[in-house]
Design a protein around this ligand. Structure first.
Ligand code: GDP
Ligand code: MG
Length: 317
């Protein structure tokens, strides 16, 4: 055990427990009475303000993917989530990608600003999942897209002259739309979630919940443990003197943000207001890390070679 300098007998006994005995540091005295309990203030809590300033300056990326049969209201729900109140600035960093296979995956970027904070939002649309007659392995192009984004990130990360801030195209959250007509999960839904939950955060939603009766909805949700039965709309209506997003039916207006009508507001709060940072962290620390470890392992512990890193190797010789 390490023993520090022993100055007197009393402290010698203490040294058994304390690695080093030394005089209590002299704290510069402040006039007593002004704010005595601030005497030892270090300023740890200012980290919050520092982080706030940084986020204000740099903004952040958030990439959300929607998957489900065509016509289930995917595009509408995304519009509902990131609706009008936020000012839509330029979409100068638009990026489109196409995989000409069973599904065509398309990423569209928006810059959304609210309260001085910029979010670079990418919506990755996967039209018509499971629309084919034969849907065997139809999740593969989606899994491939997700992995390609991890690969891109990994290549940037292992690059010798790596960027200070690696552009993040990784899918942070995948909303999976379940048809309200089946009254339960189809084998394809289960297959998708089983395979994809290993590579991405999946949030299942029951689509077009307004087309089900209350009993159907409750039963479906309980049986399958589905938290969110949602309704989407980008149309506004006047209800009790307030403008609300809703769907007009012959029986009345379904308000998307009214919790007695559907769980859209719960989904919005979960994805944006309480778990956005968590979704990003789980993507980075779990899904990406798993990909990265596997990839580096497959490569005998070496980083994957890219044409860029090869160039850098040459220029560094
Ligand atoms: P996508 O193919 O999954 O992107 O579906 P869309 O967003 O294009 O919507 C398909 C159709 O369904 C449109 O006519 C929408 O107005 C309608 N729709 C979207 N969301 C809802 C909903 O929550 N309830 C109902 N009843 N209709 C919806
Ligand atoms: Mg669509």
């Amino acid at each position: 055990m390490f023993k520090g300098p022993v100055e007197n007998k009393n402290e010698a006994a203490m040294s058994e427990l304390v690695p080093e005995s030394r005089q209590k540091p002299v704290v510069p005295m402040k006039p007593v009475g002004i704010n005595a309990n601030l005497l030892g203030y270090i300023g740890i809590d200012t980290i919050i303000e520092q982080m706030r300033k940084k986020t204000m300056k740099t903004g952040f990326d958030f990439n959300i993917m929607v998957v489900g049969q065509s016509g289930l209201g995917k595009s509408t729900l995304v519009n509902t989530l990131f609706k009008s109140q936020v000012s839509r600035k330029s979409s100068g960093w638009n990026r489109e990608e196409k995989i000409p296979k069973t599904v065509e995956i398309k990423a569209i970027g928006h810059v959304i600003e609210e309260g001085g904070v910029k979010m670079k939002l990418t919506v990755i649309d996967t039209p018509g999942f499971g629309d084919q007659i034969n849907n065997e392995n139809c999740w593969e192009p989606i899994e491939k897209y997700i992995n390609e984004q991890y690969e891109k990130f990994l290549k940037e990360e292992v690059n010798i002259a790596r960027k200070k801030r690696i552009p993040d195209t990784r899918v942070h959250c995948c909303l999976y739309f379940i048809s309200p007509t089946g009254h339960s999960l189809r084998p394809l839904d289960l297959e998708f979630m089983k395979h994809l939950s290993k590579v991405v955060n999946i949030i299942p939603v029951i689509a077009k919940a307004d087309t089900m009766t209350l009993e159907e909805k409750t039963e479906f949700k309980q049986r399958e443990s589905m938290p969110f039965a949602v309704v989407g709309s980008d149309k506004e209506y006047q209800v009790n003197g307030k403008r609300v997003l809703g769907r007009k039916t012959p029986w009345g207006i379904i308000e998307v943000e009214n919790l007695t009508h559907c769980e859209f507001a719960l989904l919005r709060d979960f994805v944006i207001r309480t778990h956005l940072q968590d979704l990003k962290e789980v993507t980075h620390n779990i899904h990406y890390e798993t990909y990265r470890a596997k990839r580096l392992n497959d490569n005998g512990g070496l980083p994957p070679m890219t044409s860029e890193t090869e160039e850098n190797h040459e220029s560094n010789l």
